[in-house]
Design a protein around this ligand. Sequence first.
Ligand code: TPP
Ligand code: MG
Length: 321
Amino acid sequence: MKFTKEDKILLYRNMVRGRKYDEELVELFAKVKVPGMWHSGIGQEAVGAGAATFLRKDDWLEPTHRGYTFGLAKGVDGKRWLAEHLGRATGFAKGKGGHYVAPKGSGVLPFGGTIGSAFPISAGAGISAKRLGKGQVVVCLFGDGAAQRGTLHESMNLAAVWQLPVVWVCENNLYAVTAHLSQSMAVKDIADLAHGYNMPGVIIDGQDVLAVAEAVMEAVERARAGEGPSLIECKTYRYRNHGEGGAFPTSYRTKEEEEEWKKRDPIVLFRQCLLDEGDATAEELDAIDKELVQEVLEASRWAQESPWPEVGQAFTDLYAD
Ligand SMILES: Cc1ncc(C[n+]2csc(CCOP(=O)(O)OP(=O)(O)O)c2C)c(N)n1
Ligand SMILES: [Mg+2]
């Protein structure tokens, strides 16, 4: 896929929007305004934006637990997502679902809560897409830790045997909670798993949003053309600890490693790329940043001022009619 100047600006917007929502959530958690837990995706925005921005409205996206970027880029209303996260009645599940909720019509599939449940859900959506025959594709996001689950084998094997239109996109941020990938996996690169399922497997610089978008969209076009699944491994890094709102150890990474990755911040890198290529001026990008800060502040205010669900509603909507 050839990206126009407008496409590139959209990628930039989607990364910055994801980061601004994420920063707001980190702050809300610090003020203990949010129930439960949250996994910040700051540092990983190029993967979510690159994977989701150019999907069709009716394509499926299987989320991870980390960050908002992929969902916002798929068209999820951030304001209502935040309200759901804050447990308010204006959220997608009237405040009863927390941040894992998939809003109807967005094309974002449900998140199972157990790491690794993304694989069979995506294979299932792939079977549906193939049978409906409308050219829909499924993009499944998953972490390096999730890649150690047995469900990966069952699902990737089935998708390959039945040539399902699934694009497996690994956000390899090197750690699962505190465990480095080398402690849980015998090979260095998750993309190597693709050989076992006779599908293309590529390693991508996950800090380079254009590289991610190019690789994902090439795989999406293959899948749409009936040529089956692909695996894309994006090497990336989360800046924050595993989660907000919980007591997680912090001593498993070195300051040097963290600083090294921050030198390749995906938003800073892409901003420079847009300036170097003459796709945007610093003033234009500053104006986008400013607009998105305002958008998130207003969304947060709206969500925090939204009513709590009524106690009498606790047992409604538990089952489909
Ligand atoms: C089956 C299962 N085991 C453990 C957990 C707890 N858990 C939540 S996130 C996580 C780490 C996942 O690591 P990774 O897939 O690399 O994603 P990341 O958090 O790095 O984005 C774990 C172990 C879970 N949700 N499900
Ligand atoms: Mg990880």
